[in-house]
Design a binder for this molecule. Structure first.
Ligand code: S3P
Length: 430
């Protein structure tokens, strides 16, 4: 007798938001007192931020309930590290920290793992140099390792060519720590967690949208107060469970997920693909909106995703590509050139892996085209250590009849420790 698949409603939670945990740790370090971060993400990337802050003289303790307690050193009170600051795999750590270090009267060098050392850094070092920071590239041009000498800064009006929350945040943090007004214009709105957090701490921030893009202006303050924050569940982690639930046909409610509109572009695309996800019990948690996500079974059809949509789903392209592989018809994603400089070249990794397991896919200079199929998928997946590539193909590998060998499953721990267990729970029952 073949057991019937269990299709009863499942419940899940996801770890704390990665972007918000990084920012909470960094901002807490800049306050003049004791802050508490509840339900933080504890994973490879945020451990990197904790490690570098500790090396800069910031005591961080894990309390019994798992919250982090941070003793701030003030806006310009970090101390010179004794060794190079290792940011691991985390671009957010490296770039936001450079913004903070630009205003500290000290010398520090920053490095990271092979992936991080292959990612562009001038996008952030250029505006910071304009503000007055001295930055020396110690290896290849535009790459880590770099040495930064911080100090007195100048105001800056900066027009960014790409929509990057990391670059925007680095400039805002440099203005905050350096006591200088800064204005950043981004061509499209990127995630606004830094703005929400700083505004909540009393930092004057104004925003306006115009023909040139979205402009954010920060006015300096003398200090920021310590705070107590609860981190929402990470939408980008939830996206993998949403995809798994959809493809397995298992109804799923994910509790307490951040639904900041600068992050939830995937929901619009899923609605277009014929599989709307319901956003239940929306509520405010500090500066961020939170809700439960309810996924019901649905047949997916292909769609087209264009460049203006990318910033709000930039980390969801891998999971979208695997959903496209199971949708009816063709899916085209364009305007996503930024994906080439993520933890891996995600465009080429996605296309190569999809092809390796039997999906028809084509690489575009700034995106990809995927033909959906119902065939069993089999083969080897190379992740290049990229957590989101590992998890995206993990979802496909969980489908009945699909057998994928993923070379580095452990990479998921960069942002979602427990991912494989959660996925298994969805496959096998409550
Ligand atoms: C992040 C911003 C995005 C995103 C990354 C996290 C952040 O990068 O892809 O995973 O926390 O600011 P970019 O700023 O390079 O777009």
């Amino acid at each position: 007798m073949i057991p019937m698949p269990d299709r009863s409603l499942r419940h899940a939670r996801v770890p704390g938001d990665k972007s918000i945990t990084h920012r909470a740790l960094l901002a807490a370090a800049l306050t003049g007192g004791l802050s508490r971060i509840r339900e933080p993400l504890v994973a490879g990337d945020t451990n990197a931020t904790r490690r570098v802050l500790t090396a800069l003289g910031v005591p961080i303790e894990t309390l019994p309930a798992g919250e982090l307690q941070v003793v701030g050193r003030g806006l310009r009170g970090l101390i010179a590290p004794e060794a190079p600051l290792d940011c691991g795999n985390s671009g957010t750590t490296a770039r936001l920290l450079l913004g903070i270090l630009a205003a500290q009267p000290l010398v520090a060098s920053l490095t990271g793992d092979d992936s991080l050392r292959s990612r562009p850094m001038r996008r952030v070092t250029r505006p910071l140099r304009e503000m007055g920071a001295r930055i020396r590239e110690l290896g290849d041009a535009d790459r880590l390792p770099v040495e930064i000498t911080g100090g007195e800064l100048r105001p800056l009006r900066f027009e960014d060519a790409t929509a990057s929350a990391q670059v925007k945040s680095a400039v805002l943090l440099a203005g905050l720590c350096g006591g200088q007004p800064v204005t950043v214009t981004e061509p499209l709105r990127s995630r606004d967690h830094t703005e929400r957090l700083l505004r909540g701490l009393g930092v004057p921030l104004s925003e306006r949208s115009g023909a040139a893009g979205h402009e954010i202006r920060l006015e300096p303050v003398g200090q920021i107060p310590p705070f107590d924050v609860t981190v929402p569940g990470d939408f980008s982690a939830a996206a993998f469970l949403v995809a798994a639930a959809l493809l397995l046909g298992t109804p799923l409610r994910i509790h307490g997920v951040g639904v900041n509109p600068t992050r939830t572009g995937l929901l619009d695309v899923l609605a277009r693909m014929g599989a709307p996800v319901a956003v239940l019990e929306p509520r405010q948690q500090g500066a961020e909106p939170v809700a439960d996500l309810l996924v019901s079974a649905g047949e997916l059809r292909g769609t087209t995703v264009v460049g203006t949509e990318i910033p709000a789903l930039v980390d969801e392209v891998p999971v979208l590509a695997v959903l496209a592989a199971r949708a009816e018809g063709e899916t085209t994603i364009t305007g996503a050139g930024e994906l080439r400089v993520k933890e891996s070249d995600r465009i080429s990794m996605l296309v190569a892996n999809l092809r390796a397991i039997g999906v028809v896919a084509e690489e575009l200079p700034d995106g990809l085209v995927v033909q959906g199929t119902r065939n069993s998928l089999r083969g080897a997946v190379a992740t290049a250590g990229d957590h989101r590539i590992a998890m995206a193909f993990g979802v496909l590998g969980a489908l009945p009849g699909c057998e994928l060998r993923i070379d580095d499953r452990a990479a998921a721990a960069v942002s979602f420790p427990g991912f494989w267990q959660e996925l298994r729970r969805l496959e096998t029952g409550p």
